[in-house]
Write a protein that binds this ligand. Sequence first.
Ligand code: ADP
Length: 723
Amino acid sequence: MIEQAKSILKNTFGYDEFRLQQEAAITQVLNKKDALVIMPTGGGKSLCYQIPAMMFEGMTIVISPLISLMKDQVEQLREYDIPSVYLNSSLRPEAYEYNVKKILNGEVKLLYVAPETLMMDRTKEILKNIKVDCFTIDEAHCISEWGHDFRPEYRQLATVRKSFPGAVCVALTATATPRVQRDIKRTLEFDESESFVSSFDRPNLFLKIVDKKDPENQILDFLYTRKKQSGIIYCFSRRQVDELTELLVEEGYDAKPYHAGLMSRERAINQRAFIRDDARIIVATVAFGMGINKPNVRYVVHYDMPQNIESYYQQIGRAGRDGLRADCVLLFSYADTQKIKYFINQKQGTEKTVAERHLEKLLKFLEFTGCRRKPLLDYFGESYVKDPCEMCDNDLSVEEDVEDLTLQAQKFLNCVLELEEEYGAGQVIDVLRGSKNQKVLENELDKVEHYGQGLEWSKKQWEQLYRLLMRQRFLKRGTFGVLEVEDKAMAVLSGKENVYGILDRTDVQTAEDDVVRTSSEIENQYNVELFELLRAKRKELADADDVPPYAIFPDTTLIEMAYYYPQSKDSLDAIYGVGSVKKAKFGDSFIGVIKTYSKNHDIIERQKTLIKKVREVKTGEKFEQVGNGFNEGKSIKLLAEEHGVKEVTILGHLKKFLDEGNDLRLEGLLQASNLSDRQRDQVLKAFKKRGHEMLRFVYDECKKQIGYDELRIMQLYYMASMK
Ligand code: ADP
């Protein structure tokens, strides 16, 4: 039986293998034994009942709490030619009757229905003589009062289930603590059942927390390189949503707002625009997200702090359902923490205690200096064993970036104490920098011991250190923004504890080499221009069918097309997500685009089936191969092509090669540099002054005018010429 399921997986859905737990869950269901399936968002829950539904003789009923989800699923199934309909209160009477007729005629394999619709006598009547083989409950955590979204009508499903004695029951959810899991099974009276639980981890999400400093510009910087991507920006208040949307629209982004203050019609229009790729960005409050199945959300930004870890997890969970890399960036500020504390203080009793505990855990997560997945998954009772994940800012901060800041931290803290904890950060920094501003002179702060003792750092660096000390809770802000030293800081002042950290945490961008290190070769190397053409074709086909673009093909499919350039229907078979039905419907349209493009650009097809994952086996470590190749006269560009990596990765290998005591061809490095002679001299001077280990200092020294890629080349030149 499972063989047949596998062939459906390949022929209909175009996927080669089942994911972990899918095969076991499907086997269980096909054996007509109840199953509780817990997989994170994007884990592939739907196939666990859709494939059995296609194999069962009778119908499968799917209970779903949200109208938008039902519609979305049915639209997707229809593109596979799988007969499915939904019944809920949103349907016009004629459409309702049409669907009922199809059910009665035995033409439907999957029926999606809202719980309250299922409970209606009329529906019971319709289903009385229908053979039902599978009874699926989506978002099954709604059954439990302990779940985060309890719905009383879900409780009654246990009784309804009894009216279909021949049906196996499948309950699915993305979030369920062990207690909720037990509750679901007990309520549904699961018998001989099994649970299929996957990890809560979403390995394709890159987690990053940055200091919120100049949020509007930080967001604009972030979006600048993501103009064509879809994303969600979460804000705390409706007003913030409106203001940010306005700013983004002014800057030329097609952003739409979403919050409970808008008319429901406007909300629905904005949501639809986002889902259909007509609007790239949704700026929203927590009200947005339930029922969003859009797989290609490439980023989720928290403009403000989320309420707690659970909502953070749910919100970032909306990114990257397609399994491709997605960025989750949170802007973290002390002021936001105070705002949340203020709201918590309005609460009383247990509600207040619970909220305080939530905030405490959230802060712990945000301030954690190790792998971010550890505290996140800890929260869900799962211990993360792969630590480090290499998909979070902390894991990827190169050791060089983490600095020992103890000396300056002591200076700062001592200065706060010397000023008797009566001044704010601005004044403390002014004192350290020996400023002659009026306030300093008026208060005779130029007479204190620390005056002018911090000239080695710029004002900006001291500000960054101040934020870091707040973040790590060595300092706190009292009334009127006056700084106070926390008890915890005593260990630092007495030299028992050191302060480590990364000074500049305001950059929301994920560096290019981070991307290289964390995504697959195909994701890095596909033809972006062709991808855009394929995307335009997909949008055209989707609009013609009145469905969201992802119901035609997910981005992953288009990315593979833009990498392998398939020129015939046969080669399409090997592409991810292309099954026979969609191949017949859309194959020619996409092949047409690929063929024209390939012809115009003299590109030949890469045979997916022939490309083996076996890498060139050469002797020696990678950095040695690269270093020797470079010294033999190969350019950086050529080496990047040969090794199938980006140039920045080659630079990394060359640095290692140098670090291991080898020489590098200086003229080869100069050839790789695009700087003018004047700029080169400027950079070399900066290296001399600031040392060559920390590129960021050199970057600052050059007034941020020279990009990191060029600096990396000059770093090698500088190091090699010192030998
Ligand atoms: P969930 O309901 O758990 O959030 P979905 O069922 O929507 O996740 O699946 C997420 C994506 O993964 C969908 O695009 C789906 O087609 C795809 N998918 C599911 N199973 C597989 C598989 N075995 N191989 C490849 N892709 C899969």
